[in-house]
Write a protein that binds this ligand. Structure first.
Ligand code: COA
Length: 276
């Protein structure tokens, strides 16, 4: 069945890799209430869509996402508390709740402008690859607000507090290479290689046991902020739960292939999966 078509976003498939693209290039993919509602619906659908095994969050045109739409999200809802609350909740749900709990690997493919509120979905994706000349910025200070929603929290979670303070209070833009130094993205590549490099990472993830990848990413996020004692307890329980959920029984397969068959070295790469 064909994917639903939307006004502000689009779903494009490359085999098991699904590109979910913000599609308001004329507005630099600024996020309107309507875009949030569509994204929430699409993210919910793709989470359980069997054909999607890796999700790439992309931006149409020259921007990745210019943050919230100052006109449609802020000004036009300023006298409409109902719509403000509804769009604010939806915005948070897809950019953080649904993205951080997405059961398959997620990659932010940052082609261009990434401002303000867009940092939340950037940090929510498991991986981020940027064009070297992409422009990032905490522009809030330039127009009279602070990095709200959870952007200030995202900044201190992802980058050193010294950098978070600097970029949030100066509003100074920075490029993809600097974003790597700051810990905001994994790699920066020439723009013409962005899609190819994103596909390479997606394909790498497809070779791994999906249950183990899912439980690992959940564990890495969950242990942030836990005490060492709680983390140890949680990780023990999480491993037991992975053992029950993993249809591939990856640990047994991995050990057999290494110790008995001597067919691979776990230190150097994954075992060859039957499917995938
Ligand atoms: N909200 C609403 N509209 C936006 C927008 C935003 N965040 N970002 C861009 N647009 C709109 C512009 O108003 C313009 O609309 P128009 O053609 O109807 O006039 C269109 O997108 C193109 O923007 P423009 O500024 O002409 O493009 P540019 O390529 O010269 O500059 C940016 C791009 C992203 C640098 C610039 O638009 C900008 O600074 N946007 C605001 C970014 C921001 O501060 N976001 C944080 C929100 S929390």
């Amino acid at each position: 069945m064909a994917d639903k078509t939307y006004e502000n976003i689009k779903i494009v498939r490359e085999g098991p890799i699904t590109f979910l693209t913000l599609n308001r290039p004329g507005k630099r993919n600024a996020m309107s209430p309507a875009l949030h509602y569509e994204m929430e619906e699409a993210m919910l659908f793709l989470a359980t869509d069997k054909a999607t095994r890796v999700l790439v969050l992309a931006g149409e045109g020259e921007a990745w996402c210019a943050g919230q739409d100052l006109k449609l999200y802020f000004r036009e809802t300023s006298n409409n508390p109902e719509e403000r609350r509804r769009s604010n909740a939806s915005s948070h749900r897809w950019r953080w709740d649904l993205m951080t709990t997405f059961p398959k690997p997620t990659i932010a493919m940052v082609n261009g402008y990434c401002f303000g509120a867009a940092f939340t979905q950037l940090c929510a994706c498991d991986f981020a690859i940027a064009a070297e000349d992409a422009t990032f910025g905490l522009s809030e200070v330039n127009w009279g607000i602070l990095p709200g929603g959870i952007v200030s929290w995202n900044l201190t979670d992802m980058m050193l507090p010294r950098h978070a303070l600097y970029y949030a209070t100066t509003g100074e833009p920075f490029d993809g290479k600097r974003a790597v130094e700051l810990g905001l993205v994994n790699f920066a590549v020439p723009k013409e290689k962005l899609r190819e490099e994103t596909m390479k990472l997606a394909e790498k993830m497809l070779k791994l046991n999906p249950s183990v990848v899912r439980y690992t990413k959940e564990a890495i996020r969950a242990v942030r902020g836990m005490t060492q004692e709680k983390a140890r307890d949680y990780l023990g329980a999480k491993q037991d739960s992975l053992h029950r959920a993993d249809k591939e029984i990856g640990d047994k397969v991995g050990m057999k292939k290494f110790l008995d068959d001597k067919s691979y070295r776990p230190g150097l790469g994954p075992y060859q999966r039957e499917e995938g």
